[in-house]
Design a protein around this ligand. Structure first.
Ligand code: AMP
Length: 368
């Protein structure tokens, strides 16, 4: 079986999906916007730049893919719906639509009785003022669409609330969220294939810096079994309700033993990068297997793992060498805060994982 897969997007996630699928005999093409950087996918297949092509023309330019998948949430649902009449689109457009917009995502999760932070929809000054007077501060004001990694977000505090209300311009579509005083952040990753089989990865603990993931530890240390089960139950419910196919990530806050879901990413996820080294089947390979109708691969972890993101900084292999340290650079030009690569570590204890990640963090970030 040799399939041709088209990926919407041309960044490092598309790169790592294609790198996983090519040894399996699959071929790839990529759909990029005119402003997208396409360096990551050079040499991995044709890249088609989106202009005003019809869906039929795009389908043909992409090499008549057997399946189209995505590396990001911000996709053109109308286009993918039209393409889904010509070929398989996985995850399906219902799932992509549900998680493209923070309001529809929250409404969906609430309907599924999955716990989320209190929130209010903000579309004008009056609704903003109402949100400020009712929600727990600091309030996270996030655009309904196109916000990620802390971009397109404002933190409203007692001190800045008056200036923020002047700064936000309308018309606009936002959600305002109550502050969640979490103890830690964790994420659940699962893959579901076309037969409806689901496999989970060990739950991951994540650390963010200015809204962007910087470190992950897997498995999440001392996670109560009940929380693990609860998270997996929610994610399974999400997948089954939407007939989801592919890899999916559910990002959560944990307060004491209470789980609150922050968001769902309908794609491979940065908090799963450690799986490329830490388990027999990476998130990228399981995504490709899932959308190709194959059996899902083994996700059993034998050694504790950690991952450090390289955000706007880079290192040499020599600087971070170690028998169980693995450097992955995406080949992108350096820009502040940009995800340029990551380092995965495998250790014999979670204490060792933390120490090694801290050591690598100093090496990577101290000259800056
Ligand atoms: P997001 O863009 O929604 O993934 O948010 C990025 C990061 O900002 C999260 O991983 C948290 O560290 C923080 N954050 C977002 N929303 C909240 C919230 N309601 N309460 C506390 N921290 C938050």
């Amino acid at each position: 079986m040799s399939l041709h897969i088209a990926i919407v997007g041309s960044g490092q996630l598309a790169q790592m999906m294609a790198q996983s699928g090519r040894p399996m005999g699959f071929t790839f093409s990529f759909l990029a916007e005119q402003t997208d950087d396409i360096t990551c996918v050079k040499g991995l297949g044709d890249t088609i730049i989106r202009t005003d092509q019809t869906p039929h023309t795009l389908f043909s330019q992409l090499g008549e893919p057997d399946v189209i998948t995505v590396e990001k949430e911000h996709v053109d649902i109308e286009l993918l719906t039209a393409l889904s009449k010509l070929t398989n689109v996985a995850p399906n457009t219902r799932a992509l639509e549900a998680f493209k917009n923070r309001h529809s995502e929250k409404a969906f999760l609430q309907k599924q009785q999955i716990p989320i932070a209190d929130y209010a929809v903000v579309t004008d000054k009056a609704s903003l003022e109402h949100a400020i007077s009712t929600l727990q501060k600091p309030i996270f004001l996030k655009t309904q669409e196109e916000g990620y990694d802390g971009y397109n977000q404002f933190k409203i505090t007692e001190d800045n609330q008056h200036t923020i209300t002047q700064e936000i311009t309308f018309p606009g579509a936002w959600v305002a969220e109550s502050f969640v005083a979490f103890d830690r952040e964790i994420s659940f990753l699962a893959a579901r294939n076309t037969k409806g089989d689901i496999t989970f990865y060990p739950c991951v603990e994540n650390e963010h810096h200015n809204g962007t993931l910087i470190k992950s530890i897997a498995p999440a240390p001392n996670l109560p079994d009940a929380i693990n089960k609860e998270g997996q139950t929610y994610l399974k419910r999400v997948c089954e309700t939407l007939d989801y196919v592919g890899l999916v990530c559910m990002e959560c806050f944990l307060i004491d033993d209470k789980l609150i879901i922050n968001e769902i990413a309908p794609r491979v996820h940065n908090s799963g990068h450690w799986t490329s080294k830490g388990v027999p089947t990476s998130q990228f390979e399981n995504h490709i297997r899932a959308i190709s109708g194959l059996t899902l691969g083994n996700t059993e972890q034998t050694l504790p793992c950690g991952m450090l993101n390289l955000l706007g900084v880079t290192v040499t292999a020599r600087q971070v060498e170690g028998a169980n340290n693995f450097l992955t650079l995406y080949g992108k030009a350096t820009k502040p805060k940009r995800k340029l690569g990551h380092i995965t570590v495998m250790t014999h204890s979670q204490a060792e994982t933390k120490t090694e990640l801290a050591r690598l963090h100093t090496i990577a970030y101290s000259p800056y």
